[in-house]
Each structure stands twice: as structure tokens, then as C-alpha cells.
Design a protein around this ligand. Structure first.
Ligand code: TXA
Ligand code: MG
Length: 329
């Protein structure tokens, strides 16, 4: 959509030199470009231009201004935007580039706009490992704000077609890089003062982070009036169908989402069946999570019933997203 709310032509850009150059040109010009990261597709805008950042909220129909993650091409660029204490530095060095976002105090040289930070004196930074994202960020040479490229409240996109289904005609372009690898959003850790908090479970496991910092992560503050991630709203990532968790058996007509080799009772009566990972691999399950929810939703079933998923490793992020998909709306 342009400023007058009318439909614009969304360019589908190929993952080649010309496509990258065009995507960078649009971003520098203040436009919106969806691009692949290793987690999910992001809806990018130049984070240093408030007018460009504002377009993200309009395109997503996001109800309020939340702080956005600023994506940069390298660890050294990230260090120029934020103040990294010892813990933050260790996490950056261990997990960047990769599916980790660090919330740190804003540095005097930070060019991420107030709007992208929602007026906070901290900034959320991420260095993605996806090669296309990396090349795009290097070409733009500015921090790029990018929430997931879906309309507010809908399932996060892990393929270019998912993005177009939600945002065609509302964004300037999409850079098509095929399916994303990790499948759930980045883990968000805040390193403010001497407290290190897990704000959102995601693509880097709690266990891996605690292994690097040598102690337990603190919990996120209770969501009172403090700014929280849209991903932290109780109802989020919602398919149209109702979602039923921890299913021990399936009712007639339900769509079934499995994990591992067990086939619970009633499977033969299910309207549709998918398995996140037959071998019980949580990384494979995370990669298939959002596209499986979309596919089962498209089956037309009234309810998607999901077997229990272990809470270890990437299971924490998977169960977090499933809990929100199942929440009252
Ligand atoms: O994997 C991902 O993280 C994807 C891809 C596209 O990179 N991006 C993503 O962005 O999920 P988004 O906008 O959905 O997540 C932004 C969240 C905020 O809602 C907030 O929780 C946290 O990041 N955040 C960012 N800056 C923050 C800050 N200064 N203080 C607290 N939280 C912050
Ligand atoms: Mg999102």
C-alpha cells in the first residue's frame, strides 16, 4: 500500500546480483522489501528512516508501535549500534551470524531511528546468517528493521509465497530465496545492566546460551506496561482453525499434526495428517512448523490437533509458538 492506502505492484526479485541490487535500491529509497533470513522472511525497511519504518506498521496492520529488530551485516557493525557488556559480547561472538537477537543499550553512534526502537534507550540487534540476507544488508549499508513478513496475528512466513499471500500489493518487493532453514524466529536475549533475560525462545536454544554464559537465563519480565514482542502477545501465530494441544487421540474431522513415529488413536478418522518430523528431530520440526500449520489450515478442518512436543532444545520455541496459536482470540 502507498501512503494513500492504494495497491502497489509488488516486484518479485530473483536471488541474483540484479535482484539484490534492486532490493537494496528500494530499501535505501525508503521502500519495503521482504527478504529471507535463516529463521523466517522479514519485512525490511531502512531502520534509520522513520517514514520507511512507519510503512512496516501500515503494511502489517500492526496495531501499535513495538520495538523492531535492526538487522546488520556483521558483528562489528552491530558493535557500532549498541553497547555490549561482557555477556553480550560473548553471545555475539558465539552465535552471530545466526538466529539470536540481542537487546543492548543504544550506542551514541547508533543510527537506528527512535521509531524503530519504539522510543527505548535500548536496541534489538541481529546479524542473520542467511547468505542472501547478509549480501542485502552489506549492499544497503544501513541497519534494516524487519519483523516477520506477515500481517499482524497471522502465521510467520517461511516461503516467498506465504509472504505474497499476506502482503502482495502492500510492499514494494520480495526477494525470493526459497524456503527458510530454521523455521522459528530468533531467540531474543536482553543484556541490560547485569541481568541477562530470555525475552523470546527461538532458533538458538536456551541450553546453548546458558552453556556460553555459564549460568541460567532470567525470565522475561511480566508483560505489564513494559514493551513486549508482538510474538509475546497471548494470541499470535494464529491459523483460522482452532488449535488443540497435547492431543492423545484425534476426533473425527480434525486435522492431525504429529511428531515422531507414534500414531495416536483416531488417526484414521483425521481429515488431514502431517508429521513435523517422523524421526523426532526438533530442528526438522521447527523448520516445518509454520508451513505445516498453514497446510492443515488450508485443509478446511475446524480444528488442528497436535501431539505433545518435548520441551527441550528447540522444543521450547516450538511449544511457545503453538501455545500462542492455541490461545483465546
Ligand atoms: O527471526 C526473527 O527475529 C525475525 C526475522 C525477520 O529476523 N524477526 C522478528 O522480528 O521476529 P519482530 O519484529 O517480530 O520481533 C521484534 C521483537 C520486539 O517485539 C521485542 O520483543 C524485541 O524484538 N525487541 C526489539 N528491540 C527491543 C528492545 N529495545 N527492547 C526490548 N525488546 C526488543
Ligand atoms: Mg512476527
Amino acid at each position: 500500500m502507498n501512503d494513500h492506502g492504494s495497491i502497489i505492484q509488488t516486484e518479485r526479485l530473483r536471488a541474483d546480483e540484479a535482484g539484490l541490487a534492486r532490493a537494496a535500491e528500494i530499501l535505501r529509497g525508503g521502500g519495503l522489501v521482504a527478504f529471507p533470513t535463516e529463521t523466517v522472511y522479514g519485512l525490511g525497511a531502512d531502520a534509520s528512516q522513520p517514514a520507511a519504518v512507519a510503512k512496516i506498521y501500515a503494511a502489517k496492520e500492526r496495531p501499535r508501535f513495538n520495538p523492531l529488530i535492526a538487522h546488520v551485516d556483521s558483528v562489528s557493525t552491530a558493535f557500532s549500534h549498541g553497547i555490549f557488556n561482557d555477556t553480550a559480547r560473548r553471545l555475539a561472538e558465539a552465535f552471530w551470524p545466526g538466529p539470536l537477537t540481542l537487546v543492548v543499550p543504544v550506542a551514541p553512534t547508533c543510527t537506528v531511528s527512535d521509531l524503530a526502537r519504539a522510543g527505548l534507550d535500548s536496541v534489538g540487534l541481529r546479524v542473520p546468517s542467511h547468505p542472501l540476507a547478509h549480501r542485502l544488508l552489506a549492499a544497503v549499508a544501513r541497519p534494516v528493521a524487519a519483523p516477520s513478513a506477515n500481517r499482524s496475528g497471522r502465521i510467520s512466513p517461511t516461503a516467498a509465497d506465504h509472504v505474497l499471500g499476506d502482503l502482495n500489493g502492500r510492499i514494494d518487493a520480495i526477494l525470493d530465496g526459497g524456503d527458510t532453514q530454521v523455521g522459528v524466529e530468533s531467540t531474543i536475549v536482553s543484556c541490560l545492566g547485569d541481568v541477562t533475560r530470555l525475552l523470546r525462545p527461538g532458533g538458538v536454544t536456551r541450553e546453548a546460551i546458558e552453556g556460553v554464559i555459564g549460568r541460567k537465563l532470567e525470565a522475561a519480565p511480566e508483560s505489564g506496561d513494559s514493551p513486549v514482542a508482538p510474538g509475546m502477545l497471548a494470541s499470535h501465530y494464529a491459523p483460522r482453525a482452532r488449535v488443540r494441544l497435547n492431543a492423545g487421540e484425534f476426533l473425527p474431522g480434525e486435522a492431525a499434526l504429529l511428531f515422531g513415529s507414534d500414531g495416536p488413536r483416531g488417526l484414521e478418522r483425521a481429515a488431514a495428517v502431517l508429521n513435523l518430523s517422523e524421526s523426532g528431530d526438533l530442528a526438522e520440526a521447527a523448520a516445518h512448523l509454520f508451513s505445516s500449520l498453514r497446510q492443515l489450515d488450508a485443509s478446511g478442518a475446524q480444528t488442528i490437533a497436535i501431539v505433545p512436543i518435548p520441551e527441550t532444545g528447540l522444543g521450547e520455541a516450538i511449544n511457545d509458538r503453538l501455545g500462542r496459536a492455541a490461545a483465546e482470540r
